[in-house]
Design a protein around this ligand. Structure first.
Ligand SMILES: [Zn+2]
Length: 218
């Protein structure tokens, strides 16, 4: 049976990379909330105007509006055999809405939580340095540049994103945990939640992901 695979995990857990590898393998699209919202905000029509206004005011798009956008996306033909969701559902009401949408399209929902210990996540996020000139991303802990704070390729001084400071990251991670705990619990009770270890190199994490998916469908 076709299914919606929900990738869960905080910023820095590697959802983007894993999602891309999985999409290629399953020949299914990645439906990422951030991309969807940007697409909708650019579109004409009432919904596009609403989303644009909400975003400009710095507020979060409501569960209802998000569900409408995701519902529309899942009704397109490329999602007939399922898709990979990244960034939705983030809250319990969103999870319930997704179940309704999926049931209406005869899709099963499976949730995979990519786990990375918080101290490692903090290192991944606070250690990040980017080159403003060529966009290369370094990490002082895991992938340092050859000489301190200078790009290997073009010698430009590396930058830290303003929202990558320790406090902001700790706040974001705590907020993420608080918001998503009920979602994980909701799917755990239904037997639809699996955890994978996100600390290994990407290829290894991906093998874990494939194993878990093979288990779902058997
Ligand atoms: Zn550079």
């Amino acid at each position: 049976m076709a299914c919606v695979i929900v990738l869960m995990g905080p910023q820095g857990a590697g959802k983007g990379t894993q999602g891309q590898m999985l999409a290629k393998r399953l020949q299914a699209p990645i439906v990422a909330t951030g991309d969807m919202l940007r697409e909708v905000a650019r579109s004409d029509g009432e919904l596009g105007r609403q989303v644009k206004l909400i975003q400009e005011s710095g507020n979060l798009v409501s569960d209802e509006v998000l569900a409408e956008i995701i519902g529309e996306r899942l009704s397109r033909s490329d999602c007939e055999n399922g898709c990979i969701l990244d960034g939705f559902p983030r809250t319990l009401p969103q999870a319930k809405q997704l179940d309704g949408i999926a049931a209406g399209r005869n899709l099963d929902v499976f949730v995979i939580n990519i786990e990375v210990p918080r101290d490692q996540l903090r290192k991944r996020l606070t250690g990040r340095r980017t080159c403003p000139s060529c966009g290369t991303i370094y990490n002082v802990h895991f992938k340092p540049s050859k000489s301190d704070n200078v790009c290997d390729l073009d010698g430009q001084p590396l930058q830290t994103r303003a929202d990558d400071n320790e406090q902001a990251i700790a706040r974001r991670l705590a907020a993420y945990d608080e918001m998503t705990q009920p979602v994980l619990e909701y799917y755990r009770k239904q037997g639809k939640l699996r955890h994978i270890d996100g600390t290994a190199p990407a290829e290894e994490v991906y093998r874990g992901l494939e194993n878990v998916i093979a288990g779902f469908s058997s």
